[in-house]
Design a protein around this ligand. Structure first.
Ligand code: NAD
Length: 377
């Protein structure tokens, strides 16, 4: 069944689980693509990450290819069409995204705009009947995540988050060790990610970014901590700490970091007894993650960059197999396969929502003098 014509505002006002389940009965997640057909992807937002990482990754993908763009600049759109060899009919503006509904060449929209625009663009793509990958963080609030998940459910499309490291071989090794590996259960998790921002960009505006470094890069530590503390993998997408505590760093540059944190430290308590202590900042340098268990440890440093991750364990460097040249190509291909095979992505919208639940709790704790905040995903 063709999804209904977009009426996003009406949807945002009236979305309900009942409506979602009714729609599902009519438009089940379909594995209606022959395995040899490459799916078409349209990138929504042609900024640094789309240009520097995702477009080159889409030249390597086996199950999908770049076949369209959604951009505020028609000239840029035509340039991308020439460079990637797709039809100019597949160039859209943010205002004309709803017309994607009439374009069978595009199966997936990859949203790579500033955080505050993710809900609008994901919901527009879902109402155009397209599966969606959204960059991290999924949105700026849990309630926005709820609306995005509901829009995707209602329209029978899949939603995934651009969590590239979930597919990276060193993180596969971390997950293997966490789920019954030779070191025992990880009990102490530490690390951080920080860099210095000197240019005023949307990342330091609360209205656009939702927060400071926690939203942008601290989220990688949250991801790694959940991977390491999750000893069964049974509820992978919703596995979360039971409580958090946090303290914002005193601002050294208050004029620059006007309404977002400059840095923040936080603690995560997991039901199995593991405790994580992490730090993130836009005014420092750090890139490491360590998980310790009774019989051994694993450390990644650098832990979160696009390539050249380094891993050591108490037994030496583990054999993790071949490192793919592009983390993003593996991540995007996995989602294309999920769509083809009609199954949920291991980095689903639910996982993006979980991380926002954790982030909101961290900010709440920091605002309340480090009070312990319980988490309910
Ligand atoms: P960017 O500023 O370089 O690009 C943003 C794009 O959005 C630009 O093309 C801009 O023109 C467009 N845009 C549309 N409407 C806009 C508006 N109202 N204001 C500003 N820009 C607007 O940002 P980026 O670094 O490419 O980040 C985009 C998204 O990708 C963010 O959500 C970010 O967190 C995410 N990201 C993820 C990774 C990763 O490793 N997974 C890395 C970098 C960025």
């Amino acid at each position: 069944m063709t999804p209904p014509r977009p009426s996003r505002r009406a949807f945002l006002g009236k979305a309900s689980l009942a409506a979602a389940s009714l729609a599902l009965q009519h438009r089940p997640f379909a594995a209606d693509n022959p395995p040899d057909r490459k799916l078409g992807i349209a990138l929504c937002g042609l900024g640094n990450y789309a240009t520097g990482q995702l477009a080159p990754a889409l030249r390597r993908t086996r199950h999908c290819e770049l076949r369209g763009v959604i951009t505020g600049s028609p000239e840029k759109g035509r340039q991308w069409a020439r460079e990637f060899g797709f039809s100019e009919r597949n160039i859209y503006s943010y205002a004309t995204m709803s017309r994607l509904i009439d374009n069978p060449a595009i199966d997936i929209v990859y949203v790579v705009t500033p955080n505050s625009l993710h809900p609008e663009h994901v919901i527009a793509a879902a109402w155009a009947g397209k599966h969606v990958i959204c960059e991290k963080p999924l949105a700026n609030t849990v309630s926005e995540c709820n609306a995005m998940l509901a829009a995707c459910r209602t329209n029978g499309v899949r939603l995934s988050v651009g969590y590239r490291l979930q597919f990276e071989p060193h993180y596969r090794e971390l997950k293997r060790l966490a789920r019954g590996g030779e070191f025992g259960t990880f009990s102490r998790l530490t690390g951080g990610l920080a860099f210095t921002i000197n240019r005023r960009v949307w990342r330091v505006e609360k209205a656009m970014a939702g927060g400071g470094p926690l939203m942008d890069i601290g989220i990688y530590c949250i991801q790694a901590a959940c991977m390491a503390a999750d000893s069964t993998g049974a509820n992978h997408a919703t596995f979360a700490p039971v409580a958090v505590q946090a303290r914002e760093h005193p601002k050294k540059r208050p004029d620059f970091f006007r309404d977002v944190e400059e840095g923040i430290d936080w603690r995560m308590e997991f039901a199995g007894g593991a405790v994580g202590e992490f730090s993130t900042s836009y005014n420092a340098g750090m890139d490491r993650f360590r998980a310790e268990a009774p019989k051994g440890w694993i450390e990644l440093a650098p832990a979160f960059q696009y390539g050249d991750l380094r891993v050591t364990t108490s037994l030496g460097a583990p054999a993790v197999g071949e490192i793919p040249p592009s983390q993003q190509a593996v991540q995007i291909d996995d989602f294309a396969l999920c769509v083809k095979e009609g199954r949920e992505s291991p980095v689903s919208g639910e996982m993006g929502r979980r991380d926002m639940v954790i982030i909101e709790a961290i900010y709440k704790s920091a605002a309340e003098n480090g009070r312990r905040i319980e988490i309910k995903v």
